[in-house]
Every structure is written in structure tokens, then in C-alpha cells.
Design a protein around this ligand. Structure first.
Ligand code: SF4
Length: 419
């Protein structure tokens, strides 16, 4: 019980706050800290936030700089970087969780300054285009429909409004923490339940498993905005002029290493499957530098203590049995071939798009607006967006990258606001 944990306040409702403990959200009491604000790092003890940390970067930065192994990795990175003697090395981290660790632990400041750590398009909520969210809005507006989805997606603004706005107007939109809760809701109501499913290969097996378990229930369906990552990584390797790529360890945990090997063979750019702790990322950067200029036609698996060559066979089987692939638009990237998982013929009875005649607006109907998330997803620094921190904050997000904990704008804001 007597454990103090550091977390970042993401939402405040009265005397309670939603606090992110490295991405895991928990509600705690802030009754002892009336002055607390969104973005503050707090010390939480037995469910109560008891103090605001005045210099949160110090906690995380010191974790790295005082750790002997991390120090050794940083020294070796510096040595290897000198050997390479390149004016600029661009390393893209595909995944929002990597970006979180990089920002939180100040890794950008700790590596040599010619090494640019660039944030990539690996946030599933951020890449879901507004025309797909429009189908969720259409479903929610139907009579006798309950729309369920994850909290992040609810707040994503589109030109047609957000699911959160519909909820405030009285539409039946419910937040669920996993899709099985949506199925449970369906089992206990006469209304139709439509679940808006987003996520990469890490989330899709859960959706597949629930669809297969749904049996003959006829009031449950999904809009599937699930994406697979290799097409987006191929896009990055082909178009973004990166020197190296850090690949998402959790996705590799599901799909195995082979899809990444194919990318390395095709594009000849060092790719490292990477874990999420600061030393994982430092190790991966070092491994990428060591590979640079030395060839090699397979992915480097830094996360080998988790990722198996074959991935998770059962998870892959579930995906294969339930979904088929379709070309799909990714926000900021455009249409990527065979990158969206949609229900196959066997499970088409759970397809909400067909069931309710949901219609994705044509691309010409989609306005760009003032949000530069598309550029952020391709590596632009969030601080370069004129809306950042002014018109656009986590309290009042203009685009999806400011909504979710995995979004580069939100990560940058949350770590600068309290620095
Ligand atoms: S700061 Fe806001 S408006 Fe600008 S790119 Fe990020 S989410 Fe979009």
C-alpha cells in the first residue's frame, strides 16, 4: 500500500482526475491538491494525489543519466556516431508509445545532436480518417442504436462533429475499455449495439475473438477501422527519407519478425523491432547505428525477450479467420493498399456498414481545415503547428494528435506544459 507513483494528469472532473501512469489511465482523487492542472505530474499514494512535481523532467531524465547501463549505451552511441561521421541521421519511431518514452525521458536531448528522433504515423486513433469516423456518427444518430467505442476516439473532432458532442446532445454513445463490454451491452438490451473498432494488429485479435464468440446475436455489429502496420511502414521507408526505423515491438509480438524482414530486404534501410523502456530505445538506436552502412537483409530484434520469430500464432489465426484486407485511407498518408481489416464473408452479418447502409463521404467532401496532424504524422514537430498550445490543447483538441495519449501533439504538450 505504501507506494508512491508518478503520473500525469490528463483530465480533471471535480475532485477527481484521470492520471496516466505511462499510458495506463487511473482515476485518483485530487481533493488534496486544489491547484492541480491538466499536464501536471503528481505523486499518487493510495488513490490520492498528494503533491505536484515541480520539475518532472528531472525524474525521468535522471532515471536515464544515473543508470550505469543507460550511460554506457549513450557513450557507445556517441562513439558509433563519431565513426559514422554523418551530418544528419534521421531515425523515425513508428509508434506513439515510443514517442512517449522518448519525450518523457528526454532521449532527444541525450543522444548526439545530429541524430534526429522523428515521430511517425503509429497512433491508430490519429491515422483513422474523419470520413471513417463519419460512419460512426451516422450509426450513432440512428434510432435505437447504442454506439460504443474507446474514450480516445470519442473526442476526435471531425467536420461533422465528434461522438462526444453527440453524447452531450443525448445520443446513446458509450465508452468501453474493450470490445467484450460492447457485446455484453448487446446481450442486455433490445437496441442495436454498434462498436467502432480501431487499432492495429495488437487490438484486432480481441475484436476477432469477440466477433467469433458473438454467435447468433443479431443486435451487435462493428465498424472496423482496424489497420495493419506493414503498409504504413513501407510507405515511410519509401517516402520519408529516413535513415533508420524503429518498429513497434507490440505489433511484432503479434505478427512476428518476418513482415519486417521483407521490408528491410525491399528497402535496404536498417529497421529495429524495439521495446518501450528507455534502455530498449537506446539499445535499438545503437543497433541501428551499428547496422548502418554494413548491410544486412533482416530486421534487428532488440525486443527479443518478448518478440518471437513467429509472433502469436493464435492471434494471427483469429485475425486471418475473421477479417479480410481492403485498401484504406490513412490520415496524412493517403490510401494504402490492403491496409484495413474488414470482416470477411463468414462474419459479414456483424458488419455495421452493410447492416445500416453507412456511407463514407467521398474524399472530395473532406476538408483539410487548419489542423496539421497529417504533417505531424509524417514527422513534423507538433510545436510548428500554429494551433499548438493556443487554439489546440488536450482540453480543446483541434485534431486527433492532441486527443490521445499516443498522439505526438498531446505528448509534446503534456511534457512541455509542466516542464
Ligand atoms: S497542434 Fe492540434 S491542430 Fe496542430 S497538428 Fe496537432 S492536433 Fe492538429
Amino acid at each position: 500500500m505504501c507506494v508512491a507513483a508518478f503520473g500525469k494528469v490528463t483530465e480533471i472532473t471535480g475532485k477527481n482526475a484521470l492520471v496516466s501512469f505511462r499510458g495506463a489511465l487511473k482515476e485518483v482523487s485530487v481533493a488534496l491538491l486544489p491547484e492541480v492542472g491538466i499536464g501536471d505530474t503528481v505523486v499518487v499514494h493510495a488513490g490520492f494525489a498528494t503533491e505536484i512535481v515541480s520539475d518532472p523532467r528531472k525524474i525521468y531524465r535522471d532515471v536515464v543519466t544515473t543508470d550505469a547501463y543507460a550511460r554506457q549505451l549513450l557513450d557507445t552511441i556517441e562513439k558509433e556516431n563519431k565513426r559514422l561521421f554523418e551530418p544528419e541521421l534521421k531515425i523515425m519511431n513508428f509508434c506513439g508509445t515510443h514517442e512517449n518514452t522518448i519525450v518523457q525521458y528526454s532521449l532527444r536531448d541525450l543522444v548526439p545532436c545530429n541524430i534526429q528522433l522523428i515521430s511517425g504515423p503509429g497512433c491508430p486513433v490519429c491515422v483513422t480518417p474523419e470520413e471513417e469516423i463519419a460512419m460512426g456518427l451516422q450509426a450513432a444518430r440512428r434510432e435505437h442504436v447504442i454506439l460504443t467505442t474507446f474514450g480516445d476516439l470519442l473526442r476526435v473532432p471531425t467536420r461533422w462533429g465528434s461522438l462526444e458532442q453527440l453524447r452531450l446532445e443525448g445520443t446513446d454513445v458509450k465508452i468501453v475499455y474493450d470490445i467484450s463490454q460492447a457485446l455484453d451491452i448487446a446481450k442486455n438490451t433490445k437496441s442495436q449495439v454498434v462498436h467502432f473498432a480501431v487499432g492495429f494488429e495488437t487490438t484486432a485479435p480481441g475484436t476477432a475473438s469477440v466477433i467469433q464468440a458473438a454467435g447468433n446475436i443479431d443486435n451487435f455489429s462493428i465498424v472496423s477501422s482496424h489497420r495493419i502496420t506493414p503498409p504504413a511502414m513501407a510507405y515511410v521507408l519509401q517516402n520519408s527519407q529516413m535513415d533508420m526505423l524503429l518498429c513497434p515491438g507490440h505489433v511484432a509480438m503479434v505478427i512476428g519478425t518476418e513482415p519486417f524482414d521483407l521490408l528491410v530486404k525491399k528497402y535496404g534501410i536498417p529497421c529495429v523491432i524495439c521495446g518501450f523502456e528507455p534502455v530498449d530505445i537506446l539499445q535499438a538506436i545503437l543497433q541501428a547505428l551499428l547496422r548502418r552502412g554494413r548491410g544486412g537483409d533482416s530486421v534487428i530484434n532488440q525486443y527479443e525477450y518478448v518478440v518471437k520469430k513467429s509472433g502469436n500464432l493464435l492471434a494471427n489465426q483469429l485475425i486471418g479467420e475473421t477479417f479480410t484486407l481492403k485498401d484504406a485511407s490513412w490520415r496524412g498518408v493517403g490510401v494504402l493498399p490492403e491496409s484495413r481489416l474488414v470482416l470477411n464473408n463468414r462474419y459479414s452479418r456483424f458488419d455495421a456498414e452493410a447492416k445500416f447502409g453507412l456511407r463514407m463521404p467521398q474524399r472530395g467532401e473532406v476538408a483539410r481545415g487548419t489542423c496539421l496532424c497529417g504533417d505531424v504524422l509524417q514527422g513534423m514537430k507538433p510545436q510548428l503547428c500554429p494551433n499548438f498550445g493556443g487554439a489546440c490543447t488536450p482540453d480543446n483538441p483541434v485534431g486527433p494528435c492532441m486527443v490521445t495519449n499516443e498522439g505526438a501533439c498531446s505528448i509534446a504538450y503534456m511534457n512541455s506544459a509542466s516542464a
